[in-house]
Design a protein around this ligand. Sequence first.
Ligand SMILES: [Zn+2]
Length: 257
Amino acid sequence: MFPPDRIAVHAADTAAAGDAPAPGLIADLVAANHILFDQGVVDAFGHISARHDKRPDRFLLARNMAPGNVTAADIVEFDLDGNPVNADGRKVYLERFIHGEIFRARPDVMAMVHSHSHNIVPLSVVKDVPLRAIFHMAGFIGEAAPVFEIREAGGDGTDLLISDNALGRALAEKFADADIALMRGHGSTVVANSVPLAVYRAVYAELNARYQLQASGLGEITYLTAAEGRACVGRVEGQVQRPWDLWKAEAEKRRAA
Ligand SMILES: [Zn+2]
């Protein structure tokens, strides 16, 4: 297994790359990196992965770099233990174990976004005030997003990063009944059944957090009920192609200039 070290990250590839992933999937993953930067969900940190379309036991993730600059040549294939299979010595993300362990635990998940987006972090540290769905675009959040407390899995003194498989497995447990989990003092991870929907959910989770912080200073909040949240997932998320097409076109335009 690739050692879960925190400093040296020149990967020794451990297995051959499988069938090549669909070019369209790689293109979507590259666009997703750009969109998440453009939308303020990620900055120099944060990442998005996609499950390999021909090898469900593999996933695709950029090499260790700022998402806004990712190209198709920067996408690396990993096994579910977080071992890169074609990194060729390129540095890989310290927190790749998030992706492998959640893909392992949730066969229905095809993509996920891990970020430290600005308005989510405050809600990850306040006890008894969960992130909750406050508007129709974020019904998937439900009535209380779970919070991952790394001290329960890693004790006191961790750097709060998901830097090995054991921590990844502990985080993945939060996704048994949820599609988003906050990570105390760190950020969040959001899962979905496609790259566009993972991007959509990451964008609207951040917006939901901002609205929740704003509204909480004004008075008592009327949140979505569980039934409203479910109804919004069914109806509103069916519109995902519209924002995806817009964001992708804007991202391409910006980078063609
Ligand atoms: Zn992180």
